[in-house]
Design a protein around this ligand. Structure first.
Ligand SMILES: [Zn+2]
Length: 185
């Protein structure tokens, strides 16, 4: 079977800029909506203990945990594809950019790829945002909007793939943001 390969990537530098813009816009809108609904300052959720040092350490610990869960969820998404095994997925860090990432060395169908790309932002961002909008839970809202914003790069990749149809095979790019697409001819 012949295949036609297409590049759907951007450099990490460009990806970070685009991802930040794509992530910040929905997060800002949510913050405004939340304030309109509940009149609460979400930064109050940073102050839990009387000790600012403990509050900062707690904030960092929660954030690091959520970032790790975000990458694990990408891997879980990839693993829903029958052909993908645990050895095919990995979590690593671009130390120069201090950016963690998950990648899959096997090509998957585009449905699996989209699912894997969006899973962390849905579970850690969109669903908790909806919960916090309904309940006024400041603590959940604070971390939900951070995770929504940090899903900007993933949302940008989803946007790049918006016109792709079923039947396309996708291979995650190991050193750039995005993927390579293979059309069967
Ligand atoms: Zn991600």
């Amino acid at each position: 079977m012949n295949t036609n390969k297409r590049d759907m990537t951007m450099s990490i530098d460009k990806g970070q800029i685009v991802g930040t813009i794509v992530g910040i816009i929905p997060s800002m809108l949510v913050v405004i909506l939340y304030y309109q609904l509940w009149r609460k300052d979400i930064t109050d959720a940073l102050l839990i203990f009387d000790n600012i040092v403990i509050d900062i350490l707690l904030y960092i610990a929660i954030l690091v945990t959520l970032i790790i869960i975000h990458e694990v969820l990408h891997c879980v998404g990839f693993l829903t594809c029958k052909e993908v095994q645990l050895k095919d997925v990995k979590i690593d860090v671009w130390w120069k950019k201090l950016t963690p990432f998950a990648t899959c060395s096997k090509a998957v169908d585009i449905r699996t790829y989209r699912f894997s790309i969006m899973l962390p932002t849905v579970i850690l961002g969109i669903l908790p945002v909806l919960y916090a909008l309904l309940t006024g839970n400041n603590f959940v809202m604070l971390y939900a909007i951070i995770m929504l914003a940090s899903g900007g790069g993933d949302m940008a990749v989803m946007w790049m793939l918006r016109k792709e149809k079923r039947g396309v095979t996708v291979k995650d790019h190991p050193t750039k943001m995005g993927c390579e697409l293979y059309d069967s001819i």
